[in-house]
Design a protein around this ligand. Structure first.
Ligand code: NAG
Ligand code: NAG
Ligand code: NAG
Length: 137
């Protein structure tokens, strides 16, 4: 038993430290949602990323995915993306707002926001937000 003790403590410490590093470097926050909306309506999704300014040059992306396609959302003709940031001690909060001004049936699918620290490669992903766009009739 004496021999088992130190490695166990070490393991707990390593798990604790890596968990802590992950938490403080970057986290992605927004609710797990299932949204149903009629076509033609406006949709706005908000993703909040908290990151440590010192350790993280952040890159954030909203992704779209359905059964046949997956792509990072960038097309300015279809999507409006706005970003703002607030400082909070050593952390920054970045909001990434994704807006689709007039929903089409083809916008149905799953949306996910992720964040990467470009210097360390640490990545954090949010939940999928499932969107079901229904027809007018
Ligand atoms: C970020 O933008 C949103 C939407 O325009 C606004 O409601 C919010 O107050 C802004 N936050 C900051 C910190 O500027
Ligand atoms: C997947 O999404 C693309 C882009 O919005 C759309 O053109 C396509 O019809 C969708 N496919 C399915 C099976 O929903
Ligand atoms: C989308 O919503 C419609 C109407 O509520 C429903 O009939 C359909 O099954 C839903 N589709 C998905 C993929 O959830």
């Amino acid at each position: 038993m004496q021999m088992l003790h130190p490695p166990a403590v070490l393991l707990i410490m390593v798990v604790f430290i890596s968990h802590l590093t992950f938490l403080t470097a970057v986290t992605v926050k927004y609710p797990h949602e299932m949204i149903t909306k009629t076509e033609g309506l406006l949709l706005s999704l908000k993703c909040t990323v908290e990151y440590k300014t010192k350790d993280c040059d952040i890159q954030t992306t909203w992704w779209y995915k359905n059964s046949s396609e997956q792509f990072p959302i960038m097309d300015p003709n279809r999507y409006l993306i706005r970003v703002n940031e607030t400082e909070r001690a050593e952390h920054r909060l970045r909001n990434i707002f994704l807006t689709i001004s007039s929903l089409k049936l083809q916008d149905s699918g799953s949306y996910q926001c992720d964040a990467t620290c470009l210097n360390s490669g640490t990545q954090a992903k949010g939940h999928f937000v499932h969107l079901n766009v229904t027809g007018l009739s």
